[in-house]
Structures are given as structure tokens and as C-alpha cells.
Design a protein around this ligand. Sequence first.
Ligand SMILES: NC(=O)c1ccc[n+]([C@@H]2O[C@H](COP(=O)([O-])OP(=O)(O)OC[C@H]3O[C@@H](n4cnc5c(N)ncnc54)[C@H](OP(=O)(O)O)[C@@H]3O)[C@@H](O)[C@H]2O)c1
Length: 332
Amino acid sequence: MKYNQIGNSDLKVSEITFGAWAAGGWMWGGNESKDAIEGIRAGYDLGVTSIDTAPIYGMGVSEEIVGEAIKDIPRDKVQILTKFGMRWDAKLDTPGFRSKDNDGNDVEIHRYAGKESIIKECEDSLRRLKTDYIDLYQIHWPDKTTPVNESMEAVAKLIEQGKVRYAGVCNYSAELMKEAEQTLGIVSNQVPYSMVKRGIEEDVVPYCIENNKSILAYSPLERGLLTGKMKPGHRFSAGDHRKSIYFYNDENLKRTGAFLDKLRPMAKEKRATLAQLVLRWTLEQPGITIALVGARNAAQATQNAKTGDISLITDEVAFITQELDKLKLVKE
Ligand SMILES: NC(=O)c1ccc[n+]([C@@H]2O[C@H](COP(=O)([O-])OP(=O)(O)OC[C@H]3O[C@@H](n4cnc5c(N)ncnc54)[C@H](OP(=O)(O)O)[C@@H]3O)[C@@H](O)[C@H]2O)c1
């Protein structure tokens, strides 16, 4: 496993970082906590020392699972990445959207990152994670109702207090990153990036390369699509958000499947799975610092962690990109 430096900080994280969204169950049709804990531990045993979570993932459940999974590991051997700014547990006047918690209850979620709210969220996260500091604390989504400098001042205060080591952002444009930097040095941006979602190549990637910011690529397997396991007719369980997204309609599953078939000989030759090849390709792209990969259990986490054993030479990356350029998905 390779460990990559985050921005200009002295924080190093594993190039495969465990993403604990599905572990929390919310929007993924529920979770099996025991499986998720085993997944985090299996990854750790293979060098996946970094874990990304958030309070909203299962409304606290994911952070609790992470806390439980790492409780016997010396704190300085793991890196905890969590977030703030998605409140389901407060009555707020700001615009929200409706969702359901893991028990099927209605909840209203607000993208809110006011100063006092962040300070409270941090305390709650530390308690659930059973730790006294967070390695990387990231705003989860831009909050249109709070000035960026107010949110960043709150994180600066938490850094001063030693509760947070470094500040990061998620889902920020290059413009917003610049604005945040007027208040506080941020080290990373966590953004969606996969073979079939490459929008950040236009502005976030050039900005991050030029300014030495790390990119934490999320959903690099496009939530399972790029593992090759989904065939036309694939059925998701109730409450799984993927069932209404265009990536998983039959036509796109067919087209993606045909593209992945072209990679099978290379995967076979390297004794790699398609998922490992996809993850390695992702990590080879300019500006990408780490791949944040979700896993529901030890088998998936083990497979993903072993991406560390796979390498691709320049011509192989180019071949994959060339085939990928021919893949066109229908967006409806
Ligand atoms: N900041 C943000 O706004 C944001 C947004 C999204 C994600 N993230 C972060 O990024 C992480 C990763 O993204 P993601 O979970 O959305 O997508 P992902 O990593 O592309 O896909 C994860 C899902 O794919 C399936 N999978 C994973 N490994 C597999 C394997 N080896 N074989 C077969 N299936 C496998 C599992 O789902 P099934 O078994 O159910 O198919 C798993 O839950 C999240 O956990 C979260 O930490 C952040």
C-alpha cells in the first residue's frame, strides 16, 4: 500500500481509503454493522489505515461503527477523515430536503455549516468515534446560507484547540476553494470521480495541481457499477438510492459491461479483478491523491485493499482510457 501526503500537510493517508457511507446504511438499503466492522478491520490488516466517514451516514451510525472498528488500534496508526455540515438533528430555518433514516422515519436534512453548529458537530463526532482528534475535518457540501469564512473560522478554532489536525472541503468548485483559502489553509477537496464521471478534470483538477491541494476521489467504482457485477435487470434492495440513477438502467449496465469485457484479458494477465484495475486506473489520473472506496464487508474491503498490489504501465493506462473514450452512457 502506498501512503500519500495530503496537500502541504504532514498527514499521510493510504491511497485506498475506506469509505464508510454504505457502512452506515442510509441511502444504501440498510447495513450490517458487524460486516462493516469486519470490512474496516480487514482493510486495516492490508494497509488501509485511513477511513472516511460523516455524521449523516446513517445519522451517527457510520461514525460509531468506525469508532468500534478501530478501538483496539493505536490512534496514531489510523487516520480519521470525517465531515460536518449536514444536519438532521436540529430544527433549522434554512432550506432542507426530506429523507428517511435507517428505521424508515422521515427526517429533514439541512446543508448547514454555521459556526456554533460546527463546534457542536465536532464534539458529537469525537464522542461517536471514541477519539479526541480528527485528522481531516471536511465541510460535506457547500452551504449557501452561511458565508464560507464563518465556516472556515470555526474549523480554524477547532484546529487551535487540537480537536482537528487539518481542514478539507468536499464538493467545492475551484472558485469556492479559493474563497475558503482566504480564511484558512485547506489541504484537500473530496469530489466525485470515476471512469464514468470525470467532470472535475475541467476545473478542480487543474486548480488542485497548481495549488498543491489533494483530491480525494469519491465513488471511484461508481457505487458498484465498475466492478462488473451488475447485469441488466439488476435489482437493488428497498431504500437503495442507486435504483433511480441513470448509471444503473439496463442500457447503461449493458454498455458498461461491454466496456469492462475489453479489460478482462488485462485483468486476467495481472491476476487482478476488474474493480482493482479500475481503482488503479483512477489513482493513475493526474491530480488524484487517493481513492475513497466503499465496502460493505471484509471480502469487498480485502479485494479493494489489494489494489495496492496492482500496477499499470503508461501504455496500459492509455489503452484503458482509449477504450473508455468509446463508452457513451445514456443520461435518462
Ligand atoms: N463527500 C461526499 O459528498 C461523498 C459522496 C459520496 C461518497 N463519499 C465517500 O466516498 C466513499 C466511496 O464512495 P461510494 O461508497 O459512494 O462508492 P464506491 O466506492 O464507488 O462503491 C462502493 C460500493 O460498491 C460495492 N463494492 C465495493 N467494492 C466492491 C467489490 N470489490 N466488489 C463488488 N462490489 C463492491 C458496494 O456496494 P454493494 O455491495 O451494495 O453493491 C460498495 O458499497 C463513501 O463511502 C464516502 O466515504 C463522499
